[in-house]
Design a protein around this ligand. Structure first.
Ligand code: NAD
Length: 408
């Protein structure tokens, strides 16, 4: 998907064939094995990955995913998307991504800590605050980032809190990072509604995935007076046209760890959720959930891609022929996370910390800028929002590479 999209953008930008590989191929791709002791006394080995896409604009930056199906191709695609995302937002980073093929829910807390520390230990020769800065992604959280930071710091003999972002505030994190992606998603949805001159009151939303990004987005939409009529996670899926109380859903998840058991009345088939009528559809879970046939059937006004890569290239072609759907492409829609990660890194390097209001206002400023540029270019060049967003990102990286030249 990342390659197909890149080829389309490179055609659109008329990038010469001989310059394309330099833009697309990752600079470094690393596979490691992470052995740990399990609680039952045996040893298990988990495969870990890190891909650093390009080093042209500064250090690389990207999340670390703990999920059973993580593999190097997926990590590389996510790293490439991160590059375009950072460039679109104007951040001084190349993209990176990493992960471990593991279901973190099957590990005890001690095993999870051992695996997190071992992963960072193996990465030490390839990471650093000016080389590669990690962040949370699916299956990792503030606690895992704290263990990463502690492991790196122990190795260096002093605290290096700018080595990761998404840490707890007490360990050098920034105010607003945990909720940044969801805040950004809901802010951009409101920007899109303004643009379309649609009032928020009485609108409906469906949110797939109720983890960090999905739950914050649902909560923000609920607070804005939008009815959340559909929610799902790995274990449960619910639909109720009367709308859910998002605070109740959040309490349930805080208590039970997932949406399972929240309701028996409104259970719904997960495969059909995305095709239900709503004003705002938010895939906030995994990639490739909207393929060609689903894209034909979705019935929303705004498609807010909170997850990375939720829409396949086939689906894109369908959506391009459905101009009634306003797409907020992933590299714009979920960029709040990396933007506030950037703020966290800057604050860590300076040892000067900002208040939450300052973080959020700066976040909205960068999102406004990116949103306007995407929408303006899409209208001017008569291309989709995704093409415009990626073209802005790719063009910026291409320009930086061209001006730096090729060493030696
Ligand atoms: P998370 O682990 O906190 O939550 C993931 C949620 O998705 C969970 O509720 C899980 O049960 C659910 N889920 C998993 N598979 C599902 C499926 N097949 N159907 C329905 N629900 C499913 O992860 P997150 O941090 O919220 O990330 C979600 C997405 O957002 C990912 O694609 C991630 O790459 C992207 N993203 C996250 C951030 C961030 O700051 N956390 C930033 C940018 C993009």
């Amino acid at each position: 998907m990342a390659r197909t999209q890149f080829d389309r953008i490179a055609d659109h930008l008329s990038i010469k064939a001989c310059d394309r590989d330099r833009l697309l191929y990752p600079k470094r791709s690393l596979t490691i094995s992470c052995p740990i002791h399990l609680d039952d006394g045996t040893t298990a080995v988990f495969q870990g990955y890190r891909v650093q896409h390009h080093l042209t604009m500064g250090p690389t930056k990207g999340g670390t995913r703990f999920a059973p199906d993580v593999e190097i191709g997926e990590v590389a695609a996510l790293a490439v998307w991160m590059s375009w995302k950072c460039a679109l937002a104007g951040l001084p980073y190349g993209g990176a991504k990493g992960g471990i093929a593991v279901d973190p829910r099957r590990l005890s807390r001690r095993e999870l800590e051992a695996l997190s520390r071992r992963y960072m230990q193996e990465m030490i020769p390839f990471t650093g605050p000016h080389i590669d800065v990690m962040a949370p992604d699916m299956g990792t959280d503030e606690q895992v980032m704290s263990w990463f930071m502690d492991t790196y710091s122990m190795h260096h003999g002093h605290t290096v809190n700018e080595i990761v972002t998404g840490k707890p505030v007490a360990a050098g994190g920034t105010e607003g990072r945990r909720e940044a992606t969801g805040l950004g998603v809901s802010y951009l949805i409101k920007r899109a509604l303004d643009r379309l001159k649609i009032e928020t009151q009485g609108l409906t939303a469906i949110v797939q995935g109720f983890g960090n990004v999905g739950s914050v987005t649902a909560d923000e939409l609920h607070q804005a007076g939008i009815k959340v009529i559909g929610v799902s996670d790995r274990d449960a899926c619910y639909l109720d046209p009367r709308g859910f109380s998002v605070p109740d859903l959040l309490n349930h998840v805080a208590k039970h760890g997932s949406l399972a058991g929240y309701s028996t009345e409104s259970e719904f088939h997960p495969k059909e959720l995305l095709a239900q009528p709503c004003d705002i559809l938010v895939p906030a879970a995994v990639d490739r959930v909207i393929d060609g046939p689903i894209a034909e059937r979705i019935q929303c006004r705004i498609l807010a891609e909170a997850a990375n890569g939720p829409t396949t290239p086939d689906a894109d072609l369908v959506l391009e022929a459905r101009p009634e759907i306003f797409v907020l492409p992933d590299i714009l829609c979920n960029s709040g996370g990396v933007i506030v990660s950037y703020f966290e890194w800057v604050q860590g390097l300076q040892r000067l910390f900002w208040k939450r209001d300052e973080v959020v206002q700066r976040l909205y400023g960068l999102l406004d800028n990116a949103f306007e540029r995407v929408v303006t270019m899409a209208e001017r060049d008569k291309v989709s929002h995704r093409t415009a967003a990626m073209a802005i990102g790719v063009a910026r990286v291409a320009e930086a590479k061209a001006s730096r030249g090729l060493f030696p």
